[in-house]
Design a binder for this molecule. Structure first.
Ligand code: ATP
Ligand code: MG
Ligand code: MG
Ligand code: MG
Length: 350
């Protein structure tokens, strides 16, 4: 019997646009012989709709004006539309999608869903909390200084915070709001002036900012898949066309960045990275999927875990999908596996 998958897209998030692309690909890539789809769109303002129109209009963001194909008067908790959905696939990135909030809603709806649960999602969304957990299980992470919005609210405090960063970390430093993705709000600071600017920029996105030692690094990513027995793909490498892998390099400058799958690194380092990826996934209590990102220091060859993304970019040419493709699991099969894992977790927990 065909299962109905509720694909959720958009979202009240800085990564709304990225979600539209991911969801467009998921809807097209899903095996229609095995699954029916209910499209659930969330606007940038956070309003939920059932969408019955053309999938192309998701990609172009025209779905929102396609009023004859939008249903707004439905309940997430009852009614034919939602009762018909067997499992939810949140194809959302960033706040309200990747941070455990909507996963909490799915729990309250008592629906199976794809991907990490509330805790793993929220832990990974907060780069500071996530690093504390990775550190605690012996996974190396980059040195950092934690800054709160209140640490920079006056000129005097700001100067003292700049001193604290300079006392603890060499330049260049990376400054990031702890709760974002797609490099939004992140800057590389090469001196005190740019550090100041970077802090003032980051604080627009979150009340907590992480200042990190800048690593002259190769960027290596691993795709993790599974529930209690997660598996790690071979790592891939991203060679950014820019100073660092910022929003523009990720989504706007076309094929300026290069991807190598598998990453051309020593077998020993590959195995170390894959082991860390699985260990990190387990440490945060992950389920379903995560893309775990690493830095490989070009000079010292040291490995650092940078972050775990519980709902990574999910187009058919995104790193996560490409790494599994290399491992022999094509895009449609990958989607199906994730759906199966969502059902499996639900059954174990209920
Ligand atoms: P994603 O889109 O993968 O979720 P993100 O917004 O969560 O990314 P990070 O991965 O933490 O942000 O940082 C974005 C990019 O900034 C990295 O891919 C890397 O190019 C650069 N970067 C971040 N931190 C450092 C660091 N400590 N040293 C060197 N480069 C860094
Ligand atoms: Mg991230
Ligand atoms: Mg992300
Ligand atoms: Mg990243």
């Amino acid at each position: 019997e065909k299962k109905n998958v509720g694909v959720v897209f958009g979202g009240k998030s800085g990564e709304y646009d990225v979600s539209l692309l991911s969801a467009y690909n998921v809807i097209n890539g899903i095996n229609k012989e095995k699954f029916d789809i209910t499209m659930i769109g969330i606007t940038l303002e956070g309003k939920f709709y059932i969408y019955k129109g053309d999938v192309e209009k998701i990609k172009t963001n025209e779905w929102i004006n396609d009023s004859k194909n939008l249903i707004s008067d439905f309940s997430l908790f009852d009614g034919d539309i939602i009762n018909n959905v067997d499992i939810i696939f949140p194809v959302l990135h960033g706040q309200n999608g990747e941070d455990g909030r909507i996963q909490g809603l799915f729990e309250m709806m008592d629906k199976p869903y794809v991907g990490c649960e509330v805790l793993a999602s929220s832990v990974c969304m907060d780069k500071d909390i996530a690093k504390r957990i990775f550190r605690s299980v012996g996974i190396p992470v980059v040195d950092d200084v934690l800054v709160f919005n209140t640490d920079i609210e006056t000129d005097k405090l700001l100067e003292a915070t700049l001193d604290r960063c300079e006392e603890n970390l060499p330049y260049p430093m990376f400054v990031k709001p702890v709760n974002m993705g797609s490099s939004v709000g992140i800057s590389k600071a090469k001196d005190r002036d740019s550090l100041k600017e970077a802090l003032l920029k980051a604080v627009k996105f979150d009340t907590k900012i992480l200042v990190e030692k800048g690593i002259n690094a190769r960027e290596i990513e691993v795709a993790v898949l599974g529930n209690s027995h997660p598996e790690a793909s071979y790592p891939g490498e991203i060679v950014s066309c820019k100073e660092f892998y910022d929003y523009e390099a990720k989504y706007l400058s076309g094929d300026g960045s290069r991807i190598d799958i598998p990453a051309k690194i020593d077998d020993k380092i590959i195995e170390k990275i894959r082991t860390y990826a699985v260990k990190a996934f387990k440490a945060v209590g992950g389920s379903g999927l995560s893309r775990v990102d690493f830095f490989l220091d070009k000079d010292s060859k040291d490995i650092y875990l940078n972050e775990a993304n519980t709902l990574p970019g999910f187009t058919n040419i995104s790193m996560y999908a490409k790494m599994w493709d290399y491992m022999g699991i094509g895009y449609s099969d990958l989607i199906e596996k994730l759906i199966d894992l969502g059902f499996e977790r639900y059954e174990i927990k209920h």
